[in-house]
Design a protein around this ligand. Structure first.
Ligand SMILES: [Zn+2]
Ligand SMILES: [Zn+2]
Length: 279
């Protein structure tokens, strides 16, 4: 069984009730954070997960809403880890991730210096290990394997999706992408697919061109559902609702997906939890 918790179902627009894009995956005793939007660690705390308990941070791409709290994850992972010889935080993302992590460490350089000066048992900067990938296997330990494949969020490039397998169960996290063959292949036969969605039928009618632009590099609800259908996925888990999913609108969004996808459809608020069984 793989357990999925939508930590943040929001978007770049701050929302009082939705944290930024982030998903927690627990599999075979390991804990993965996929993207780290604003408020991610507050939401993780609500389900008993602390930064020091992460097995790895997986980044689908380097858009600000998906990495807004990267500094918080790195620094909090460091200062709340009381192991005598702390393991590095593994960060797996597309090329560019190393540069972003190094710049983040630099941005927090004063903080890191203060803490090393103050605490006798902190004598090195946060231990971080960055792995940049666009395709292929990226993780294989203690019963969990992860592979990545390119997605299509151009002009944001490269971007990647993740497929996590454990205990015979499989879960794919698409991130932001338009439908593409490599995502279809990555998601093929998966028990679950976490996909970001936007409402093109709504955004296409707002007056601001900058908002309209959002449509050309994301999947609509219907497109995400069609991807799930083509790939033969068991459960589609929609997140990153643009515009925000309002109270009482769940059935409308669900109906749009159900027109394209015959499997189980999940959506909801932050902390919505889904279990993906072996299949
Ligand atoms: Zn994006
Ligand atoms: Zn996004």
């Amino acid at each position: 069984m793989i357990e999925v918790t939508l930590l943040g179902t929001g978007s770049p627009i701050p929302d009082p009730n939705r944290a930024g894009p982030s998903t927690l995956v627990r599999a075979a005793g390991q804990v993965f954070l996929i993207d780290c939007g604003r408020g991610v660690l507050q939401r993780a705390a609500a389900v008993g997960v602390g930064a020091a308990g992460l097995s790895a941070l997986l980044l689908t791409h380097l858009h600000s809403d998906h990495i807004a709290d990267l500094g918080d994850v790195i620094i909090t992972n460091w200062v709340t880890n009381f192991a005598p010889d702390p393991q590095p935080l593994h960060i797996i993302g597309p090329p560019g991730t190393r540069e972003v992590v190094e710049a983040t460490l630099k941005a927090f350089g004063h903080d890191i210096g203060y803490r090393i000066a103050h605490h006798a048992d902190l004598n090195a900067p946060p231990p971080v290990e960055v792995h940049e990938h666009t395709e292929g296997p990226v993780w294989d330990r203690d019963g969990v394997t992860i592979r990545v494949a390119p997605t299509d969020h151009r002009p944001v490039a490269p971007t990647i999706g993740f497929r996590i397998e454990a205990d015979g169960a499989s879960l794919v996290l698409a991130g932001d992408t338009v439908p593409c063959a490599s995502l279809d292949e990555l998601a093929s036969g998966a028990g679950g697919l976490v996909h970001t969605v936007i409402r093109k039928d709504i955004l296409g009618h707002v007056p601001q061109q900058r908002v309209k632009d959002v449509c050309d590099y994301h999947s609509s609800v219907q497109e995400a559902a069609a991807t799930a259908q083509r790939a033969g996925v068991g459960t589609l888990i929609m997140t990153h609702y643009v515009p925000p999913l309002g109270p009482g609108q769940e059935d409308q969004w669900r109906a749009l997906a159900a027109a394209e996808f015959s499997g189980q459809i999940e959506l909801g608020d932050d902390l919505h939890r889904v279990e993906i069984a072996a299949r």
